[in-house]
Design a protein around this ligand. Sequence first.
Ligand SMILES: [Cu+2]
Length: 329
Amino acid sequence: MADDHHSGRRKLADKHAPAGIMGDHIHQPGQWMVEYKYMNMYMEDNRIGTQTVSDQAAIDWGATSHPVTNRGATPTQMTMEMHMMHLMYGWTEDISLYSMVMLPALTMDHLRGPGNPAGSGTSFTTHNSGMGDLGLGALMRLYSDERNDWLLNLGCSVPTGDLFRTSSAPTAGMMNQTLPYPMRLGSGTFNARPGVTYRHFFDLCSFGSQATADLPIGRNDRGYRLGEHYRLSNWFQCLMTDNWALSIRDQHDWRNNISGQDPDATDMLISTNVENFRGGYWYSLAVGTQFTVGKNYFNAEIVPTIGQNLDGIQLETDYSIIASWSLAF
Ligand SMILES: [Cu+2]
């Protein structure tokens, strides 16, 4: 029964976890997998703690906050788009290797504040896109039997994303300013990305649970380190047919604030420059579907954020969409 975990049950439409999960499976020795994954996260309106506020209230709040902020502008909405090229290879029976190229496209809309020489109350948009940080790692089987899989993910990221882009849009062309923290393409540090995944296969359904961490190491070339990010997710998939499954999933995200400080990120200008206004807790509930067409595997999810408690003032997350195509050969 040595090949049990390759046969039968694990070849059906729930063979991969829902689209928002990575590192949930390994491959047979010599097998390759290519995947393209698309994600877009939609954020609109500011939130102070758990309280949503208007754009004008976000500017007013910054006049007396600690530190004082949003004198130049407040963000009003953002889309965080991500194109991911994922490659997996089954190295041995129990170890698969992977790499992941990330191509983010970030767009943020703003309302100018009272200290902006380009005129209070007017709006502008900034955009940034290109190569993000490169993900690399190994997935190891800790234990498998006929119904259960335990996998360990030993991953990391390499700082290939640019931190130095500037924009003159905030001042309508009068001066160039460094883009604030959430508009940068990478973390600037090497990050450790460990994870553990458990899966259990019933006859017609499956359950999974995964804990992951993204742990930046040291300081980057701009003198700071992004906050640690921890995620816990649980999901349930049910087979409608052998080739089609439906999924539900919960997701808890905890993120810490930034350590250190980029001297060019002036707190007073905008809340996205404030190191202590990046952390928080987010709770999301996803629904999704997985299906195969020949050897092609399709996976899609919509992930509304149900609850969030943010440090300081930040844009609130409304929902994400995630979709992928993959092929193993
Ligand atoms: Cu794979």
